[in-house]
Write a protein that binds this ligand. Structure first.
Ligand SMILES: NC(=O)c1ccc[n+]([C@@H]2O[C@H](COP(=O)([O-])OP(=O)(O)OC[C@H]3O[C@@H](n4cnc5c(N)ncnc54)[C@H](OP(=O)(O)O)[C@@H]3O)[C@@H](O)[C@H]2O)c1
Length: 341
């Protein structure tokens, strides 16, 4: 961080046409913000790069307000409190909050997602496996998927941040785990590092349904679906009776566009399937408990997690472009400032 009175930012320059690209953003700066009663001033250390950003940038209304053209790009970030006008927060506290792509932010405590304690796990994990993505994986597999010992669990985007944690959580529940991912390198990662029992490179198979039937002769009991679209259509015929589909994301579907496809109602009826969507932000109250559990799994060597850390706030748009092209390996994070001053 150069001049502490200047707040370097990345703002939305124009509404993306399709997938967001570098030229949809530009670098800007403003004076370091001042805070009002009840607020905190955060110095950003890391920002998170998430598939959800595609929806936040789309014209069509999603589950949160669309980022306005000219506004600082919305993001989760890990920051250090450098000034506080709220009795519950002290200078030096580490928080995950909606910081945006900027060096400094004036934050209302309502925008704080969780507090972070220093431990032997990297601080950046608070934006990944010990933050929203770990929470998403746990809720998807345990609460929504209700994965049990002896069952078969299928995970899409299996080498990614949510997917890799989900596979290992399902394995810890005693389930057999099958991954799907988009390259041979990531397929090997799923098998060798994340311990999936089997993994399919979906770009290399001619018929995904047939490939899944071969791997899962008794059917799939739980499907953690992060991609939707044609992949979901291909998985539905392989679901076992009483199977559960946890709808986690729709990354393969264009943001806001209608998604025509086979209607799943007949499959749902005949096989007594359950299909439920969920948003991790509805489960934030459980994050401390789940984060403790995942920390223990990491310390016991039962939960591997990868991070792809890009240097410098200016590189955030490129990191987003890479993520949406499937080129990230692990949780995508951008380092904005040092961990300690
Ligand atoms: N429900 C919630 O509260 C919640 C919270 C966090 C994340 N999520 C969702 O969880 C999913 C994974 O998020 P993450 O942060 O862990 O990201 P990630 O899996 O680390 O990265 C995204 C991955 O999605 C795959 N992908 C990208 N474009 C795709 C396309 N057009 N079709 C199919 N796959 C594509 C790529 O993997 P492959 O090369 O392997 O296909 C890419 O690496 C996303 O859908 C995200 O929206 C949901």
């Amino acid at each position: 961080m150069s001049d502490p009175d200047i707040n370097h930012q990345v703002v939305l320059a124009r509404r993306p046409q399709g997938e967001p690209v570098l030229s949809d953003f530009w670098a800007a700066h403003s004076p370091r913000p001042t805070i009002r009663d009840g607020e905190l001033l955060l110095r950003t250390i890391y920002v998170s790069i998430d598939p959800a950003m595609r929806g936040w940038l789309a014209e069509t209304q999603g589950y949160v307000e669309t980022v306005a053209v000219g506004a600082v790009m919305r993001s989760f970030g890990l920051g250090e409190v450098v000034a506080s006008r709220h009795p519950d927060y002290q200078v030096g506290d580490l928080l995950v909050a909606v910081t945006g792509w900027q060096e400094w932010s004036a934050v209302d405590p309502a925008g704080v997602l969780h507090r972070v304690a220093r431990s032997d796990v990297a601080l950046s994990a608070s934006l990944g496996v010990l933050g929203i993505t770990g929470l998403t994986a746990y809720v998807g597999i345990v609460d929504i998927g209700r994965a049990r010992a002896g069952e078969t669990v299928l995970v899409s985007s299996a080498a990614g941040s949510v997917g890799s944690a989900a596979g290992q959580i399902a394995r810890a529940q005693g389930a057999r785990t099958i991954g799907m991912t988009g390259s041979e390198e990531k397929r090997r990662l799923c098998l060798d590092t994340f311990g999936f029992d089997a993994c399919i490179n979906y770009r290399e198979v001619d018929d995904l349904t047939e490939a899944l039937k071969e791997l899962c002769p008794d059917g799939i009991d739980v499907y953690l679906d992060s991609v939707g679209g044609a992949t979901l259509d291909a998985v539905l015929p392989v679901l076992a009776q009483n199977g559960r589909i946890a709808i986690c994301g729709t990354i393969s579907e264009p943001s806001g566009a209608a998604s025509p496809g086979p209607r799943p109602n007949r499959q749902i009826l005949v096989k007594r399937l359950t299909m439920q969507g969920f948003l991790a932000t509805d489960y934030l109250a459980r994050l401390p408990e789940i984060s403790d559990l995942l920390t223990t799994m990491i310390q016991d060597g039962k939960l591997m997690h990868l991070e792809e850390i890009t240097e410098g706030l200016h590189a955030a748009p490129q990191a987003l472009e890479q993520l949406l092209a499937g080129k990230n390996q692990g949780k995508s994070i951008v380092r904005v400032g040092p961990e300690t001053t």
